[in-house]
Unconditional design. Structure first.
Lengths: 321, 309, 282
């Protein structure tokens, strides 16, 4: 049974007199302990989708469709229920730990606050647990770190602190929003490895939001590729990297550098990515797609099952790479 | 610790330069220091000789400045030509009134300004619009006008408060000082409300607040421990600067309400060209201003670990 | 968005953008009306502002005297119109002078850096230690009461505020690549400052000046109110609030109210414009 299920989920924010659609018709499921990567460029709506799972939508945003977590709906529930969900079941790792951790409170405060306030752990015990958690994410001198302030730690260390704070609540699902994008290259792989290890050891499910298809493929069991607010392709990670079905996913894969081959010039997808509200009628990717046909701009392609892949492309059966 | 010492040293330099300027202004008066010291009075030869002696006018400028400064540092601020009294005792007798007024106003400013700004930022909508409008109006209204309106309406027409005077005894004093303190507080409180509103709103939109919410912390806790706690940094700075400015503002308010404080002493001294008093009051005002700023700096580094010494 | 060829001209034409919202248009309209009233005082004032008329002493508003009379029967409306002159002229001078001096100091400090910057910055620190109204009062103490002393004192008091804001802006601007480019092209320091730095700082300078104007109006009126600025019998709004206090207690509040309200209106208009221009200039 799936842990979480998004069913025709959509989100729009008010803009001037009308609405701006950011996310549309998203279907996504994550099983117990499963790692799913949600891949897309900035503005594709991936981050908004993840935030919607714990109700962190912009004020006045309008949502459609359903999000069901562990058999119970998440959309439209009361503030108290939402808080229960955030307290113990779902936790989020944010992109920029420097901005996402309160700069005027100590690391110890940050780590223990949720434990003390939400889980009723005694302050002394909370600090002991915090030290153990820091050790788990590869920070040995926890006692000293608890007394430090965020500005005294490097970005990589701070992101590990964030991960430790997420592990503290022992959630069923971790939402990781570009957890390594703001870090140095050297810190990126370390942080990813730590997140992976901690997650596997605890059997926690993961939704990894990233623009980095390779990173997602290396970490996740299944990948979903988003474009202009819609999921255009969902496949197991290996299958997708080996045989992408949607022209956009294929373009993403071709435009990354490889160590094995010498490329004189990386192929790029022409044009620029669009947000859902900018998209023209029909397939949003059609204007940039080399395989587009007149039919593509007439109707929005529905998601179809093809050889174990869910793809939203009219020509999916004809196209192969 | 080291930066604290550096700050104290910087403060001493500022005060020293300011005192030099204050003393030096004696020589800018048309007619030179004698005209200045005699003010509107024409002195007898004996008086002139006494003054020349008292102010060491026959010594070089720097020596005289040194005498004046060392006197000021030991509490001897010279004596007033008008009151025939030591300046220190003139000022001393009036500090209670002025300090009570300033403290009273400071309490009103902090309570009113921070509350109004916070409520406006958190509630939004009509409450916010009303508070913003009110603060814009009060910000644009000069204190003396507020004072005049309060005197005419609440003291003269309605008779709820005494028109003039500072009262005696704590309760009576506070009663007498209510309208003056309110006068001093309205504009400054409006300014603080604006700053508070802007800081709280800015903080509400910060990423770390989103983190706190994502962890399921109760909204009240998020507001208290993250939004207000962090907004306290800029709010404290502005509060300190505002309070430092209150002493100067009290000059006008004391005049409106006929309070015999340092401010009205200052105004009378200027009118009567009683320069020893003018110099001393300016020195006191500047010293107080600089000291309050130091306290603000210390609070600032205490509230924001990134600024810690 | 930014063309490297003409960096000096980029932000200038945005100034009129401040007139987009209704609040801004109202503010500009009010200031224009008041400035016109000040300029045309001899033409539009119905009476001689200094002429007492015992029959009109503390007189109520009437068809002949729209705002009634003051304690000695001078026409309040005429005094309000004439009072606009002193009340607005002083602060205008203060702003122009302090902007000129502060702006020069700021660009000098930012351009030269090093010791010049250190001296200017420390000097400003000392000036900051004195509240602006105290500056004005001290100048009055030295030079004697009157408008010139107040204007001089407030100019000195406002200079550090202008200089501090402009110095950091000029410093930012100075470190932009186009300045180095102009330098490499062999332009003189003066030419770069005058042709590029100054035009780029103009929106900020104007915003700063407009919002400071309101505060200068309050400060100058306060000194007049204390009896240390503009001297009677000259009509001045600050003075009218003062003399109007007695009249108000005797049942004729129009003198104090009209003068006081006009001060508040000018200050509010300055604040509205200054806030908006500040956003534009950033």
């Amino acid at each position: 049974m799936s842990l979480i299920e998004l069913d025709g989920f959509g989100l729009a924010v008010p803009y001037e007199k009308g609405w701006r659609t950011l996310v549309e018709q998203v279907d996504l499921t994550i099983g117990q302990g499963e790692a799913v990567g949600l891949v897309g460029e900035s503005g594709s709506g991936k981050s908004m989708t993840a935030r919607a799972i714990i109700g962190l939508t912009p004020t006045k945003a309008r949502t459609t469709g359903r999000i069901v977590f562990d058999g119970e709906p998440v959309t439209g529930i009361s503030g108290r229920r939402l808080r229960e969900l955030r307290t113990r079941r779902i936790a989020m790792v944010f992109q920029d730990p420097r901005a996402h951790i309160n700069p005027v409170r100590s690391v110890g405060d940050f780590l223990t606050e949720a434990m003390i306030a939400n889980l009723g752990v005694a302050p002394r015990d909370a600090r002991l647990r915090a030290v153990r958690l820091l050790a788990d994410v590869g920070i040995p001198d926890g006692e000293r770190r608890l007394r430090q302030y965020p500005h005294e730690l490097s970005g990589g260390l701070l992101q590990r602190v964030m991960i430790a704070s997420v592990l503290a609540v022992e959630p069923d699902l971790i939402l990781a929003d570009e957890p390594t994008t703001a870090l140095d290259v050297t810190a990126q792989s370390e942080v990813m490895a730590i997140l992976e290890e901690a997650r596997r050891a605890r059997g926690t499910a993961l939704l990894l939001i990233t623009h980095d298809l390779e990173l997602a493929a290396a970490t996740c069991d299944r990948l979903a590729v988003m474009y202009a607010g819609r999921i255009v392709e969902t496949q197991p990670a290996e299958a997708l990297t080996e045989r992408p079905r949607h022209p956009y996913a294929a373009g993403l894969l071709r435009s990354r550098p490889s160590i094995d081959e010498i490329a004189h010039r990386l192929p790029v997808i022409p044009g620029r990515p669009v947000a859902a509200f900018e998209a023209e009628p029909g397939c949003a990717f059609a204007p940039r797609c080399e395989y587009a046909q007149p039919a593509c701009t007439r109707q929005t392609p529905a998601v179809r099952e093809v050889d174990g892949a869910a793809v939203a492309c009219l020509r999916v059966e004809e196209l192969t790479w | 610790m080291k930066s604290l010492l550096r700050r104290l040293a910087g403060l001493a330099v500022v005060l020293l330069v300011a005192s030099f300027l204050v003393y030096g202004m004696l020589y800018l008066v048309p007619g030179g220091p004698m005209a200045f010291l005699l003010g509107n009075h024409s002195g007898t030869p004996e008086q002139i000789a006494a003054i020349r002696h008292q102010y060491h006018l026959d010594d070089p400028f720097l020596v005289r400045y040194y005498h004046w400064l060392s006197g000021a540092l030991t509490g001897n601020l010279g004596s007033s030509l008008v009151y025939k009294q030591s300046v220190a005792s003139l000022i001393g007798a009036r500090t209670t009134t002025t300090l009570t007024l300033v403290a009273y106003a400071a309490v009103l400013i902090v309570l009113g300004g921070v509350t109004a700004g916070t409520v406006g930022a958190l509630r939004g909508g009509r409450t916010d619009a009303a508070i913003s409008l009110a603060s814009s109006v009060f910000l644009a209204t000069p204190a003396f006008l507020v004072g005049v309106v309060l005197v005419v309406v609440f003291a003269n027409d309605l008779g709820w408060f005494p028109v003039f005077g500072a009262g005696s005894g704590l309760g009576d004093r506070l009663y007498h000082l209510t309208l003056p303190a309110l006068t001093l507080a309205l504009g400054n409180g409006a300014y603080l409300a604006r700053i508070t509103r802007a800081s709280v709103r800015a903080e509400l939109g910060r990423e770390h607040v989103e983190t706190a919410r994502s962890r399921g912390l109760a909204e009240g806790r998020v507001v208290r421990r993250h939004v207000l706690r962090n907004a306290a940094v800029p709010i404290t700075t502005v509060t300190g600067l505002t309070i430092a400015g209150l002493l100067a503002g009290s000059v006008v308010v004391e005049d409106v309400f006929g309070l015999d404080g340092i401010g009205s002493l200052f105004v009378r001294a200027i009118l009567q060209r009683d320069m020893a008093v003018v110099q001393a009051v300016v020195l006191v005002l500047v010293a107080a201003f600089v000291l309050v700023n130091l306290v603000v700096d210390l609070c600032y580094s205490f509230l924001d670990p990134r600024m810690a010494p | 968005m930014s063309s490297p060829a003409l960096p000096g001209r980029l932000r200038l034409p945005r100034l009129p953008a401040a007139l987009r919202s209704p609040a801004q248009r109202i503010a500009v309209g009010l200031l224009v009306v008041l400035a016109a009233a000040a300029l045309l005082a001899p033409v539009i004032a119905p009476y001689d502002p200094d002429l007492p008329d015992l029959f009109n002493a503390l007189g109520p508003a009437s068809p002949t005297h729209w705002l009634g009379g003051d304690a000695v029967g001078r026409d309040v409306l005429s005094r309000v119109i004439w009072g606009a002159r002193t009340t607005l002229l002083g602060p205008l001078l203060v702003i122009v002078c302090s902007t000129a001096v502060g702006g020069t100091l700021a660009i000098l400090a930012a351009w030269c850096g090093g010791k010049v910057d250190a001296v200017v910055s420390r000097g400003l620190d000392v000036l900051f230690a004195v509240p602006s109204i105290v500056f004005a009062l001290v100048t009055v103490a030295v030079l004697g009461p009157g408008l010139p002393a107040v204007v001089l004192g407030l100019t000195v008091a406002y200079t550090p505020f202008v200089a501090r804001v402009l110095r950091s802006a000029a410093l930012r601007e100075r470190n932009l690549p186009y300045v180095a480019a102009a330098w490499v092209q062999g332009r003189s320091a003066f030419a770069i400052c005058a042709r590029h730095l100054l035009p780029n700082l103009t929106p900020l300078i104007v915003a700063q000046a407009v919002s400071a104007f309101g505060f200068a109006v309050i400060d100058q009126a306060a000194v007049s109110f204390l009896g240390l600025g503009v001297q009677p019998p000259t009509a001045d709004w600050g003075l009218m609030v003062k003399s109007g206090l007695d009249s108000a207690m005797r049942g004729q509040p129009l003198e104090a109210l009209s003068a006081g309200l006009l001060i508040a209106v000018v200050v509010a208009a300055g604040n509205v414009l200054g806030d908006r221009l500040g956003e534009e200039g950033r």
